[in-house]
Design a protein around this ligand. Structure first.
Ligand SMILES: *[C@@H]1O[C@H](CO)[C@@H](O)[C@H](O)[C@H]1NC(C)=O
Ligand SMILES: *[C@@H]1O[C@H](CO)[C@@H](O)[C@H](O)[C@H]1NC(C)=O
Ligand SMILES: *[C@@H]1O[C@H](CO)[C@@H](O)[C@H](O)[C@H]1NC(C)=O
Ligand SMILES: *[C@@H]1O[C@H](CO)[C@@H](O)[C@H](O)[C@H]1NC(C)=O
Ligand SMILES: *[C@@H]1O[C@H](CO)[C@@H](O)[C@H](O)[C@H]1NC(C)=O
Ligand SMILES: *[C@@H]1O[C@H](CO)[C@@H](O)[C@H](O)[C@H]1NC(C)=O
Ligand SMILES: *[C@@H]1O[C@H](CO)[C@@H](O)[C@H](O)[C@H]1NC(C)=O
Ligand SMILES: *[C@@H]1O[C@H](CO)[C@@H](O)[C@H](O)[C@H]1NC(C)=O
Ligand SMILES: *[C@@H]1O[C@H](CO)[C@@H](O)[C@H](O)[C@H]1NC(C)=O
Ligand SMILES: *[C@@H]1O[C@H](CO)[C@@H](O)[C@H](O)[C@H]1NC(C)=O
Length: 878
């Protein structure tokens, strides 16, 4: 037994022990607040009805027709935790040419490997507001996943959306707004899939905090209780965009919605994802999120990962599916039609990305960094072999990583042109964040510590750094005149001189719930929204001794700046977000003025945490199922601050430059005429059909003399078990189907019709253009942000303004202009009407304000849909 086997077995035991402390039933639904209901939606809609997937479905159905029961159930589940080289490994169907599929984390790079790029995470990418960079990062990510032989990339993350400022995993996504998150997610999907890798948009849905997210024997996972309109207009929006871009996989979240676990919530998977949003790929569970076999299949789950049941006796190699799925088909509990659809969806995604053509097998091992090791570390005895081939997949991706890190840097404050620095400035640098973790850049597993330069948060959404280009490395490369005090307490020996410029590096971290860092169990429970490591004190101490202080913040999200922001010596404040491996040179390019900063905040920075609605605070321990009720509805982040009339420290979208821009010559052109309701959706196309008869029990018999690996998950049954199951199908004891169950395929809701919903929702209602001129003396990139203000007097309460599009210019030289094009779609001008279950335009001829500016609180250009004209010098609506 090798050391990694021992390690793996210990982890398994710990996982099991931590979830077996009691015996409360988890299959009964606990009460949720009055009015929140998880309605049944059956059956699972067949995939294959949109023309853009029909060829892939044709290929898939030819195979599925020829597959045995055990082959089909084999590819709907993982072979078990630590039972292969990837974090998830499906079974294979080699007889028909389908290999095991390799699924691997995570959204910012290939996790647990070597010779990969540690890209800046989503939040940093969002802060660039640059669609081209969002796409380019997706392509580069896809190349690295493909290069490692990974079929399914477990990203992008567009949920959490960032409803809770303390939420642990907000940094994996692109910002606290559905449209910014939607473009970030969809462009990543398009980039990743352009090189043949299946992308996975996750976590579906309303997974807004880390604590209590998982079901265990004593407590069900947290229930996110939210109304239908809020679901559609906020949390579902980025998923709809990703599906519209053709995403191949969706990962469901750990939590429940309205009391029903996402992994078996038929309304969400069957109704919303597969019918309304026309999702054509497959739905997988988050790791160990599945809590039932037949129910989850009926509710629309297509693949379970990593295959095992979620709790004891995990160590013994048990699955809700695999052999149990074969049994459930034979005994008639799960209609064979459901299994055929799940398998067809998985194989269709495989063909849709062209993975049948020369796709490389995995050449790395997520479980070990050794060249050789056990092939099945989760088994007691495992054959060993070559597991890591150390394939370098970095290409020239450091360039796009650096460009994102640089163009995300958000200048919040810059008094009297303190920045950029002159090359000969005398610098005093403070804070341990300026230099690499002295214990080693990858010394904490899954980056589960905040030590040294903070390039990413922690958890499964992290990756190992191939190197860390720290700010100190950056200063060295430039030959800057600096002195570094590698401490978070103000040193007594820094000898301040009046001409010195002091640079203080500070951080705030968060991550995934299975690791606790400095008493923060994923969510920022202990640090609150404050800087870590007494950052406020360090800044104040430096500001007391130096008169030119620049604060650089590496952070996962909003932090409070109030203790020091207005001190006279604090001249400049920069958010460098989470830069990934390229922290140093990217920052130097901005500090020394090679480029002007061009990032903008992807969230609001408040002056006090009390300024948020109470309902977006973290939910702590509750007996039974913790209830998280989204009573603030649509009013999160800037939507809330604007409604409540609270001026934040910095508004959503804020970001300064070294130069200045003017916006002029705006035009608005009607394109598609609007109607109160969208045109009728197209009908569903044909989907593959198969015999619905239960296959012979012999299709699930173990092959003769098969050499089983202990704990490995197989889809076969003993002959006697298979025969007994088949006999049970003829008995009168039928499976207790859920309320509302039916085998009759539905035509689909009016709001559906194509990937992402009714295609008419995406019709362009107005083209909008604006000319941006660099009116300053330095080169720089500007961001145009377009917000919609609904007409007054309508019967729907709507946020004051909502982001609907944005565009970043190329680098403009002084006096140079660029005209950028944006668009407003039908959906952008609609509200979700819960009564008609459709997107409606509340006032077709109403005066919609289309506001354009550099941030959500400096909107001076207004185009009107009623007058068809645009005027400048307007008073910003907020
Ligand atoms: C949750 O309950 C609310 C209130 O009844 C309802 O509007 C919404 O559609 C439900 N959502 C889901 C996903 O079941
Ligand atoms: C399916 O099986 C039939 C009959 O055995 C064979 O002719 C056909 O080529 C097979 N199709 C595929 C896609 O394997
Ligand atoms: C299921 O997948 C495993 C792993 O690839 C393989 O050993 C086994 O033969 C497969 N079972 C079937 C029925 O093809
Ligand atoms: C059929 O098998 C499934 C999976 O093991 C099980 O949940 C179900 O209760 C069985 N049904 C009958 C009628 O035996
Ligand atoms: C900015 O510079 C001007 C002119 O040197 C000076 O009067 C003013 O006090 C400075 N402002 C701040 C906030 O330092
Ligand atoms: C630094 O260089 C600038 C020009 O780049 C010059 O104006 C300034 O006097 C220099 N300062 C010092 C302290 O040498
Ligand atoms: C004004 O906008 C129009 C339409 O986009 C564009 O063709 C034109 O060049 C712009 N004019 C100026 C002066 O920038
Ligand atoms: C179940 O019943 C059908 C029809 O009555 C029969 O053809 C089949 O052999 C039976 N299966 C088993 C396993 O008893
Ligand atoms: C920009 O335009 C102004 C006014 O036309 C002119 O004075 C200035 O020299 C120009 N600057 C550059 C860098 O071309
Ligand atoms: C705003 O007003 C200024 C001064 O009156 C004028 O020069 C400028 O063109 C106006 N801007 C717009 C976009 O109308």
């Amino acid at each position: 037994m090798s050391s990694s086997n021992v390690f793996a077995m210990l982890s398994l035991l710990l996982l099991s022990i931590s979830s077996c402390a009691g015996a409360a039933a988890i299959d009964k639904r606990l009460p949720v607040p009055a009015g929140y209901v998880a309605a049944p939606y059956y059956p699972a809609p067949h995939g294959g009805w949109t023309s853009d997937w029909s060829e892939s479905y044709r290929k898939a159905s030819l195979l599925v027709q020829n597959m045995t029961l055990a082959e089909k159930t084999n590819i709907t589940a993982g072979t078990g935790i630590y039972m292969g080289r990837c974090v998830g490994n499906t079974g294979s169907a080699l007889r028909v040419g389908i290999p095991q599929l390799c699924l691997q984390d995570g959204p910012l790079g290939v996790r647990n490997t070597d010779h990969n790029t540690a890209f800046p995470p989503g939040i940093t990418t969002g802060a660039t507001w640059d669609k081209d960079l969002m796409h380019a990062r997706g392509v580069a990510l896809g190349e690295e996943f493909r290069g490692k032989g990974i079929n399914v990339h477990l990203g992008p993350s567009v949920g959490p959306l960032g409803r809770k400022p303390r939420g642990g995993r907000n940094w994996e996504g692109f910002g606290a707004d559905p449209v910014l998150q939607g473009f970030g997610g969809a462009l990543t999907v398009e980039g990743v899939q352009s090189v043949g890798v299946i992308a996975t948009i996750k976590h579906f849905i309303a997974n807004e905090q880390e604590m209590y997210r998982m079901y265990n024997l004593v407590q069900p996972g947290i229930s996110s209780n939210l109304d239908d309109r809020t679901l559609h207009e906020l949390y579902l929006w980025p998923f709809a965009e990703g599906i519209r871009s053709g995403v191949g996989a969706v990962m469901i979240a750990y939590n429940a919605v309205n009391g029903s676990a996402c992994s078996q919530n038929s309304y969400l998977m069957n109704g919303i994802l597969k019918d309304e949003l026309g999702f054509q790929g497959f739905v997988m569970s988050d790791w160990l999120a599945q809590i039932s076999g037949v129910s989850s299949a009926l509710a629309g789950l297509d693949m379970t990962m990593p295959g095992d049941i979620h709790t004891v006796p995990l160590v013994l190699g048990e699955s809700y599916w695999m052999d149990e799925y074969s049994r459930a088909i034979l005994n008639g509990s799960t209609p064979v039609d459901r299994l055929n659809d799940a398998v067809t969806r998985i194989l269709a995604a495989y063909f849709q990305m062209g993975q049948d053509q020369n796709y490389p097998p995995p050449n790395f091992d997520t479980n070990t960094q050794d060249a050789e090791g056990p092939l099945y570390p989760g088994a007691l005895f495992s054959p060993t072999g070559v597991v890591n081939e150390f394939v370098d997949v970095q290409g020239n991706h450091a360039e796009v990583a650096r460009e994102i890190a640089r163009d995300a840097i958000t200048l919040l404050k810059n008094i009297n042109g303190t920045l950029p620095l002159s090359g000969n400035a005398t610098l005093k640098v403070f804070g341990t964040d300026a230099e690499k973790n002295p214990d080693g850049i990858n010394s904490c597993s899954d980056q589960g510590c905040n030590k040294g330069t903070l390039g990413m948060g922690w958890g499964s959404g992290s990756a190992r750094y191939p190197y860390m280009n720290s700010p100190i490395d950056g200063l060295n490369t430039r030959g800057a005149n600096y002195q570094f005090f590698n401490t978070d307490s103000f040193p007594s020996n820094s000898n301040p001189s009046p001409s010195d410029v002091a640079i203080v590096f500070v951080t705030a971290d968060s991550g995934e719930n299975y690791i606790t860092v400095e008493n923060n169990p994923g969510d920022r429970t202990s640090s609150n929204l404050n800087l870590w490591h007494n950052g406020d004190q360090l800044i104040k101490d430096v500001a007391a001794q130096y008169s030119n202080v620049i604060v650089i913040v590496h952070t996962v999200g909003p932090v409070l700046l109030e203790e020091w922001h207005d001190l006279p010596s604090v001249k400049a404040v920069l958010f460098a977000h989470l830069p990934g491996q390229e922290a140093g040179d990217s920052l130097m390019q901005v500090l020394f003025g090679d480029v002007s900063p061009s990032g903008h905040l992807p969230y609001t920075i408040p002056t006090s945490e009390d300024d948020y609605p109470e309902s977006v605070g973290l939910v702590y321990f509750e007996v039974g199922q913790p209830q998280d009720t989204f009573t603030e509805g649509l009013y999160i982040d800037y939507r809330h601050f604007n409604k409540a009339g609270i001026k934040p420290r910095y508004a959503f979208g804020h970001g300064l430059s070294y130069t200045s821009f003017s916006f002029s010559n705006a035009t608005i052109t009607p394109v598609t005429p609007l109607t109160a309701t969208p045109p009728t959706r197209p009908a569903k196309g044909e989907t593959p059909s198969y015999p619905t008869t239960i296959p012979p029990a012999s299709e699930a018999y173990w092959p003769d003399n098969f050499n089983r690996i202990w704990r490995y998950l197989y889809s076969w049954l003993d002959k006697s078990d298979a025969d007994a199951a088949a006999a049970a199908a003829n008995s009168s004891a039928t499976y207790p189907y859920p309320e509302g169950y039916s085998n009759e395929q539905k035509p689909g809701p009016p709001a559906g019709g194509a990937q992402g919903g009714n295609p008419a929702l995406f019709d362009v209602a107005y083209d909008v253009s604006v000319t941006i001129t660099n009116t300053g003396s330095r080169a720089g990139k500007a961001v145009a942000q377009l917000y919609v203000q609904f007409p007054s007097g309508i019967s729907f309460d709507t946020p004051v303004i909502q982001l609907r599009d944005f565009e970043k210019t190329a680098e403009l030289a002084a006096n140079q202009s660029q005209t950028v094009q944006m668009r407003v779609t039908r959906k952008d001008l609609s509200v979700w009407d819960v009564v008609s279950q459709n997107w409606i335009i509340p006032s077709v001829d109403g005066e919609y304000g289309i506001w354009i500016g550099e941030s959500s609180d400096t909107l001076a250009l207004k185009c009107s849909t009623a007058s068809g004209s645009c005027t400048g010098n307007q008073t910003s609506p907020v």
